[in-house]
Design a protein. Structure first.
Lengths: 260, 249
C-alpha cells in the first residue's frame, strides 16, 4: 500500500513575465517505510513539490494522497500524518531549545504536561538533552539540524519530508544525520522523503531515487538500477548517472577558466 | 481550538516582548517627545475645542502611537519568514486565524501598555480627563492596533523584503497621520482639507477619542468612531487571515 502517491501534480506560478511552470506534472508512488531520495538540478521543482506535498502550497493541477489523506480535501489529515523540515529549518534564534520543543508540542495539540514530556523524550532521543536551556542561536550546525528534525517528529508522523537536510554540515554531522534517518525508518517504520544535492548521500541512504528535471520525473529506480541503465554499468558513479539523466554532460577539461 | 491555538501563539510572542525592555518601551518614545516638546506650545492657543489643549493632543498622540507602532509590526514576520518559522508553524495543524490573532493580540497588549505610560506622563504634565474617557481611548488604541497590525503582517507576507516593506509603510503612515488630524483637530482646517480628511478612516477614531476625553460619550462622532474602528478591524483581520492561509502563492 503506497503511503505517498501523486498523479500529475503541478504548480504554475503567475509572475510579471507570464506564467512559470515550476512543476509540470509529477507522478510518484512511495511505499511505507521507504527512504526516497528526490534529486534534480537547481530549479527542477524539488522544493515546490515538497511544499505542495506538505500543504504549504496549493497545487494548480493533479492530486496526491499522503497516508490516505487527500491533499486537496483533507489538508489537516496530511498535516497530522507528516513532518517537514525546510532547508532553512525554522527555529527562532532567541528562543531556547526547550521552549521551541514544548511550543511545537502545543501546536500539535498536546496538553502542557504531554508537551513537556514529549520535549524531554525527543531531546533524549536526538542527543539534545544537554542543550535544552540553550538558545537555538548557540547550537552548532549539526545540533540545529537535529533540533529541526526533533520539531518535525513531535507528533510521531508516518512520513518525514526533509529538504536538503545535510547542506552545510561537516562530515561527522552528516554521518550522524544519516544514522538518524536510518534509525527512524528501522525503529519506527517512518517513511522518509528527502531531497539532496549530495549524490554520495543519495547513494548511501536511499532505497530508491526519483530524479526530476524541469518539473517532471525523468528517471526513477534503485541507485544500482539507475547506474546500470543510464550510467552504462553498475560501477558507474551516481554523478555520471545523474548528469546523463538530466542531459548535462560533464564540462570538457579545457573550458576550465584560467586563473589570472 | 481557535482559543487554545491563539493563546499559545500569543504566549510565544508575549514572552519574546517581555524579554526585551527595548521592544516594550521603544514605541512610546516618539509620542512622548511630542507630548513634552510639542504639547506645551498648544496650551494657550485657541483650538476651538472644549476642554484643555491636552484633551485635544493626547487622544491624537495615543492614535499616533498605535498608527506607527502597529503598522511596522510586519517587520518581525519578514525576519521570521527568512528563518522559516512561519512555514514551520503552517505545517502543523494550528489554526491559520490563530497564527495571526496571537500575534496581533500581543501587539494590541503592548501598545495599550505603552498608551497607559503615555497617559500617565500626560497627567503629570497637566492632562485632566474623565476616567471613562481615558478607558475608551485605550479601547480605540486596541482596535486600531489590531487592524493595522493585521494589515501590516499581511503586507509583510506579500512583499517579503525589508527594502520594500519599510518605504511602503512610511508612504502610507505619514499622510495617514497628517490627514487624520492627530496633532491638531481638523476643525481648524480650511474646507478642502477638512473634506479630504473625511476619507481617512483614522480621523473618525481620533474625533471619537477627543469626545471621550471631554466626557461626551453619546455624540455622533463617537458612533462613527466605533463603527469605523470595528469595521476596520473585521476587514483587516479577514484580509490577514486570508494571506496567512494562502501564503507562499
Amino acid at each position: 500500500m503506497a503511503i505517498i502517491s501523486a498523479a500529475r501534480l503541478a504548480r504554475t506560478f503567475q509572475t510579471k513575465h507570464g506564467p512559470v511552470q515550476a512543476v509540470r506534472g509529477i507522478d510518484l508512488t512511495i511505499e511505507a517505510g521507504e527512504i526516497l531520495g528526490f534529486l534534480g538540478p537547481n530549479g527542477a521543482g524539488k522544493t515546490t513539490t515538497l511544499r505542495m506535498l506538505t500543504t504549504l502550497l496549493k497545487p494548480t493541477g493533479g492530486a496526491a494522497t499522503i497516508a490516505g489523506h487527500d491533499l486537496a480535501t483533507d489538508p489537516a489529515g496530511v498535516r497530522r500524518a507528516s513532518g517537514y523540515v525546510a532547508q532553512s529549518g525554522g527555529v527562532d534564534p532567541h528562543v531556547t531549545v526547550r521552549e521551541e520543543l514544548v511550543t511545537q508540542g502545543r501546536l500539535y495539540r498536546l496538553t502542557k504536561s504531554q508537551a513537556i514530556e514529549r520535549a524531554l523524550e525527543l531531546a533524549d532521543d536526538l542527543g539534545l538533552a544537554e542543550l535544552l536551556d540553550r538558545k537555538t542561536a548557540a547550537l552548532s550546525g549539526g545540533q540545529r539540524r537535529r533540533l529541526d528534525i526533533a520539531m518535525a517528529l513531535t507528533h510521531r508522523p508516518r512520513v518525514l519530508f526533509l529538504d536538503e537536510p545535510t547542506t552545510g554540515l561537516d562530515p561527522g554531522s552528516r554521518a550522524d544525520l544519516w544514522d538518524l534517518v536510518r534509525r527512524l525508518r528501522d525503529e519506527h517504520g517512518t517513511t522518509v522523503f528527502l531531497t539532496t544535492h549530495y549524490l554520495d548521500e543519495a547513494d548511501a541512504l536511499s532505497d530508491r531515487l526519483v530524479i526530476v528535471d524541469a518539473g517532471v520525473v525523468v528517471a526513477e529506480g534503485t541507485p544500482s538500477a539507475l547506474k546500470l541503465r543510464y550510467g552504462g554499468s553498475i560501477d558507474a558513479t551516481l554523478q555520471d548517472t545523474f548528469l546523463a539523466v538530466t542531459g548535462r554532460g560533464p564540462a570538457p577539461a579545457d573550458t576550465t577558466p584560467v586563473a589570472v | 481550538m481557535l482559543l487554545h491555538d491563539t493563546a499559545i501563539i500569543f504566549g510565544r510572542y508575549a514572552r519574546q516582548t517581555l524579554r526585551s525592555r527595548f521592544a516594550m518601551l521603544f514605541g512610546v518614545l516618539m509620542p512622548l517627545l511630542y507630548l513634552i516638546f510639542f504639547g506645551p506650545l498648544l496650551t494657550d492657543l485657541p483650538l476651538g475645542a472644549r476642554g484643555s489643549s491636552w484633551q485635544v493632543l493626547v487622544p491624537g498622540l495615543l492614535l499616533q502611537l498605535g498608527l506607527f507602532g502597529a503598522s511596522f509590526a510586519g517587520f518581525s514576520i519578514i525576519i521570521e519568514n527568512g528563518a522559516g518559522i512561519v512555514e514551520r508553524m503552517r505545517v502543523t495543524p494550528v489554526s491559520r486565524l490563530a497564527l495571526l490573532l496571537g500575534r496581533v493580540l500581543r501587539d494590541a497588549a503592548l501598545f495599550v501598555f505603552q498608551a497607559v505610560l503615555l497617559v500617565l506622563a500626560a497627567v503629570a504634565l497637566g492632562l485632566r480627563a474623565p476616567l471613562g474617557g481615558i478607558l475608551i481611548g485605550f479601547a480605540f488604541v486596541a482596535l486600531l492596533t489590531l487592524s493595522l497590525a493585521s494589515l501590516s503582517y499581511a503586507l509583510a507576507m506579500k512583499v517579503r523584503t525589508p527594502q520594500e516593506f519599510g518605504p511602503t509603510i512610511n508612504a502610507v503612515s505619514m499622510p495617514a497621520m497628517l490627514l487624520s488630524g492627530l496633532m491638531l483637530p481638523m476643525s481648524l482646517a480650511p474646507g478642502w482639507l477638512d473634506m479630504l480628511s473625511h476619507f481617512m478612516p483614522f480621523r473618525y477614531l481620533v474625533d471619537a477619542v477627543r469626545d471621550a476625553y471631554v466626557g461626551s460619550y453619546t455624540t455622533s462622532s463617537m458612533l462613527y468612531g466605533v463603527v469605523v474602528a470595528l469595521g476596520l478591524t473585521v476587514l483587516a483581520v479577514t484580509v490577514g487571515t486570508r494571506v496567512f492561509r494562502t501564503a507562499g502563492a
